[in-house]
Each structure stands twice: as structure tokens, then as C-alpha cells.
Write a protein that binds this ligand. Structure first.
Ligand code: UDP
Length: 329
């Protein structure tokens, strides 16, 4: 089986590519390297540098390779940036997805797994969030992903293109040997920033908001280890190969950690003080995002292996210590 991974040089895409290859799958990676890293791509994958919005480029890849299914990551994914530059998100995430869907239809590729997000739910009225919780995004990033889910639905109705949307909650950690991990420029995610403070690269952490209606006033998020998340994509591909219907699944742990609890857990793992200050709220942030992943467990057979925060952070810490400058040499 040959699988095309778009965004395979990114954080989740590179870990998924790695897991697919470990399991003997032939993998093609497409990435424009705007946020991804060439060094993150498993050398056994065939790499094509280019943008999914570039129809000639993408059709060229589908012409050269015999593709059986697609795992689509290539997208922008930052809440804060999306509030400032929403059209960038609709262009890259939604227009890029249209070109991908049209190319799949043209080349008769009918299996698609793609990244969606907890941000499609917005300020959810029920916790834990299930797949039937109303999706009312509070930021353009979430809106762009909800739109992708809608496009996929109609592509199935019209073209029998079967898809799985995986609604990620918060993703953290790295491959346990520390060879690949999370490296964004600029870094905006909580756990890598906390570890930059622990390693002395940053003076202190700013926690965005201390007056939310949560246990300690800081946002609550649900963290999944990146390898567990990668494995869910492989299970979703198997689910589609078995001829099942299109569907969306939450991927979370059902455990909510406040931002202050993350700092505490990171202090234990790193044995560093990790100073912080409470800063203004970050626009677009819902107060609490915690998933029920019962459906993924029951239907996909997903069984996360990492179920405690300290072991998730420990793998990110190994990566940080081995790669203090990320993928830069
Ligand atoms: N956060 C923070 N300080 C930072 C980065 C993030 O307080 O320097 C908070 C952010 O406001 C949110 C949580 O950490 O409450 C997780 O944010 P992240 O950007 O990692 O993921 P998101 O939830 O946006 O997907």
C-alpha cells in the first residue's frame, strides 16, 4: 500500500510518516517546508517539495506515484495567528483542501484521513466533548477546519470519497528516542515553551489568562502523545480499507490539565524551577477543551499508550535536550 502524507515534514506528519514506515507502508511525503523540516522526514519516504495549492505540482505527484490513500496534515494551525490573519487560514487550509479533494477525485483515490481539531467546538457547552457536541468555532483556525469537514462530507456524497476527520485535542511529546520532535518557529505551544524555560533558552513563561472559570483560573486542555496520535491515523486508514463509512473522531485523553498543572508536571520532570507570570488572555482561546474519545476507542480500536502527563513531557524533554536548536544543526 502506498500512502501520500501531506505535511509529512511537520510535527504530527513526521511522526505519522515514521510510524507508517515502521509498519512497512510505502510513504510519499509532500510538504512546502514553510513550517516543516526536511530533516524530520523519515529517509525511507519519497519526498516531493511543493504546495498542495499548486494543482500542477500535486497532479504531477499523483501521476508519478500510484497512491492508495492520503493522510492530509498540510495546514496552518495556530489559533493566535488565525485571529490576526484569518484569510491565510482559509486560503491554505480550505483552498488547499479543495485542490487535494479535486485531485483525489481526478485520480480515483477514495481514502482520506485528515486533521481536524478541538477548536471546531469552540466554547463547548458540555465537557467532555463528544463528536455530537455542536461545533461553533471561536477562531478562524477552527472555522477553517470545520469547513474542511463540510467539504469532505459533500465530496463523499458526490464522489464516494471516504474520509476520516480526526479532531485533535492538544498534542505533545516526541518519539521516545528523541530523534524527531516538535520544532516551530516561532514556538507558540505551551509545552515546548515551558521546556525552553526549563532549559534556559527563555527567561520565563507567560500564562495567558488567570481568570477563566476553571479549577485554578487558567485554561484547561487535554493532551495526547504524538505517537498515540500518529497511530490513530493508521487505525483510521485501516478502518477505511475495511470499507467503513466516513466519520469524525475525537482524539484526547478525557483528562484535563490546567496550564498551571502543566508547569507543575514539567517542574517534576525537568527538576527546574520554570518561573512564570500571569499575562492577558490570548484572543480566541476557549476556557476548557476536554474530549471524550470513547468513539475512537470503540470504533477504531484506538488505545493510547501514554496516559500520564509526566511521561508525555519526559519524551518532549528528551527531544529538547538532544536538539536544543530543534532541527537546526
Ligand atoms: N499558553 C500559555 N502561554 C504560552 C503558550 C500557550 O499560557 O506561552 C496557553 C494557551 O493560552 C492555552 C494553552 O497554553 O491555554 C495551550 O496552548 P497551545 O498554543 O499549546 O495549544 P492550543 O490549545 O492553542 O491548541
Amino acid at each position: 500500500m502506498t500512502i501520500l502524507v501531506t505535511g509529512g515534514a511537520g510535527y504530527i506528519g513526521s511522526h505519522t510518516t515514521d510510524r507508517l514506515i515502521e509498519q512497512g507502508t510505502d510513504v510519499i511525503v509532500v510538504d512546502n517546508l514553510l513550517t516543516g523540516h526536511r530533516a524530520a522526514i523519515n529517509p525511507k519516504a519519497r519526498f516531493y517539495e511543493g504546495d498542495v495549492r499548486d494543482r500542477d505540482f500535486l497532479e504531477g505527484v499523483f501521476t508519478k506515484e500510484k497512491i492508495d490513500g492520503v493522510v492530509h496534515f498540510a495546514a496552518n494551525s495556530l489559533v493566535g495567528e488565525s485571529m490576526k490573519d484569518p484569510l491565510k487560514y482559509f486560503d491554505n487550509n480550505d483552498y488547499g483542501f479543495i485542490v487535494l479533494l479535486e485531485t483525489m477525485v481526478k485520480f480515483d483515490v477514495k481514502k482520506l484521513v485528515f486533521s481536524s481539531t478541538a477548536a471546531t467546538y469552540g466554547e463547548a457547552k458540555e465537557i467532555p466533548i463528544t463528536e455530537t457536541t455542536p461545533q461553533v468555532p471561536t477562531n478562524p483556525y477552527g472555522e477553517s477546519k470545520l469547513t474542511m469537514e463540510k467539504f469532505a462530507h459533500w465530496a463523499d456524497v458526490a464522489h464516494d470519497l471516504k474520509w476520516v476527520a480526526l479532531r485533535y485535542f492538544n498534542v505533545a511529546g516526541a518519539k521516545s528516542d528523541g530523534s524527531i520532535g516538535e520544532d516551530h518557529h516561532p514556538e507558540t505551544h505551551l509545552i515546548p515553551i515551558v521546556l525552553q524555560v526549563a532549559s534556559g533558552k527563555r527567561e520565563k513563561l507567560q500564562i495567558f489568562g488567570g481568570d477563566y472559570a476553571t479549577k485554578d483560573g487558567t485554561n484547561v486542555r487535554d493532551y495526547v502523545h504524538v505517537i498515540d496520535l500518529a497511530d490513530a491515523h493508521i487505525e483510521a486508514l485501516n478502518y477505511l480499507s475495511e470499507g467503513n463509512d466516513s466519520s469524525a473522531f475525537n482524539l484526547g485523553s478525557a483528562n484535563g490539565f490546567s496550564n498551571l498543572e502543566i508547569v507543575e508536571a514539567a517542574r517534576k520532570v525537568t527538576k527546574q524551577p520554570i518561573p512564570y507570570e500571569i499575562a492577558d488572555r490570548r484572543p480566541g482561546d476557549p476556557s476548557t477543551l476536554v474530549a471524550s474519545s470513547e468513539k475512537a476507542r470503540e470504533v477504531l480500536g484506538w488505545k493510547p499508550n501514554y496516559d500520564d502527563m509526566e511521561s508525555i513531557i519526559a519524551t518532549a524533554w528528551t527531544w529538547t535536550q538532544q536538539h536544543p536548536n530543534g532541527y537546526e544543526k
